[in-house]
Design a protein around this ligand. Structure first.
Ligand SMILES: *Cc1c(COP(=O)(O)O)cnc(C)c1O
Length: 351
């Protein structure tokens, strides 16, 4: 038998979450499947979300894999291409390129045929995109360019999941886009759930498709989302501690009383966060308990004091079914996105 850790992916949860997107918007859905489908597996995610009108990702090789697998919908390269060779490939395979900087527009000259582009406008996040005052000039250039077919205007919000919201960048985007009768795309999961005025022609959900909430104050369950990934393993050893005994590297935990602990086959080399402190939630045989001690490369510790029936072989859920990933992320000082993406290649994925 192999090491008992596994990530279980439920495709029906992905389908359900896509339906939840449909329920809030009539816009076309650009399913964001970057970072190996947020760690869920590129091709399996694409299969479960094949009803989406488009797929968005970063790596052109992944985009070509989708084309090879037969997907005919829009495939958007979220950072565009990085050199002329890839611009040629993009055109040949009818990929849609984000254009976020002047140097990418130069690459269009290499195109053997025209392609669709999404012009990215920086409305205040100051990551990618042209400044609002550059847009008129860039638009003029794109409209005359023989390699440019359809243009969609896009932006990305920095605070859609925060109290600040989207009012200022939305107003700026609308003002910049007003002179053009072009399709628009603005919202990630947070914006599409909270601000229907951002829906435009294409929404770009990522995290909600995987069944996690983009908001700190609202759970996935409250949003009607179902988690698609469950990371589970088993207890492979137990230890009986006396008051004063210490646990693990750096003796990060010291028992205040006699207690029983379990050793779980899951560590940071599997993608579990090493910085998860004592008290991070975990579920053993369906009962809530918490981690203790420092997470090591291949193992971590859980408190079994209140679960006397748990023993070697007991099932441990690190996140997913019965234990929302956001709770684990909160305890570890990170977000669900990072946990999902951090799952490493050695963890077997089952569907
Ligand atoms: C990742 C990403 C999204 C999806 O964001 P979620 O918060 O996961 O919904 C949308 N748009 C862009 C440009 C992105 O990079």
């Amino acid at each position: 038998m192999s090491r008992p850790i596994q990530a279980h992916i439920d495709p029906s949860a992905l389908e359900h979450n896509l339906q939840m997107v449909r329920r809030v918007t009539a816009a076309r859905v650009m399913a964001v499947i970057k970072a190996n489908g947020y760690g869920h597996g590129l091709l399996r995610v694409a299969e479960a979300l094949s009803a989406a009108e488009g797929f968005a990702l970063l790596d052109i090789q992944d985009a070509l894999r989708l084309r090879e697998a037969g997907y005919r919908q829009t495939i958007l390269l979220l950072e565009g291409v990085f050199d002329a060779d890839d611009m040629v490939l993009a055109a040949q395979h009818d990929l849609t390129c984000v254009l976020h900087s002047a140097w990418q527009i130069e690459l269009l000259d290499a195109c053997p045929r025209a392609l669709d582009v999404w012009l990215k406008i920086n409305t205040g996040m100051n990551r990618l995109g042209f400044a609002p005052q550059q847009v008129a000039q860039v638009m003029e250039r794109l409209r005359r360019h023989r390699a440019v077919r359809d243009i969609t205007l896009m932006t990305h919000f920095a605070n859609a999941d925060e109290a600040r919201g989207v009012a200022d960048p939305l107003a700026l985007f609308n003002a910049v886009a007003a002179p053009y009768r072009l399709p628009r795309s603005l919202g990630n999961s947070a914006a599409l759930l909270r601000y229907s005025q951002t829906h435009g022609d294409w929404v770009r959900p990522g995290i909600m498709l995987y069944g996690a909430s983009p908001f700190a104050d609202t759970s996935a369950k409250q949003l009607g989302l179902r988690p698609a990934m469950t990371l589970s393993s088993r207890i492979i050893a137990t230890q009986q501690l006396r008051a004063g005994d210490e646990v693990g590297y750096g003796a990060l935990f010291r028992a205040g009383h006699d207690m029983r602990i379990g050793i779980v086959a899951c560590g940071y080399a599997d993608g579990y966060p090493r910085h998860a402190p004592n008290g991070t939630p975990v579920s053993v045989d369906g009962q809530s308990t918490s981690t203790l001690g420092r997470v090591s490369m291949d193992m971590l510790y859980v408190d079994l004091t209140a679960i006397p029936d748990a023993d070697v072989g007991s099932k441990v859920v690190l996140w997913g079914e019965g234990l929302p990933i956001e709770q684990v992320a909160n305890a570890a000082g990170t977000i669900s996105y990072e946990l999902m993406c951090a799952l490493t290649a050695r963890v077997p994925v089952r569907y």
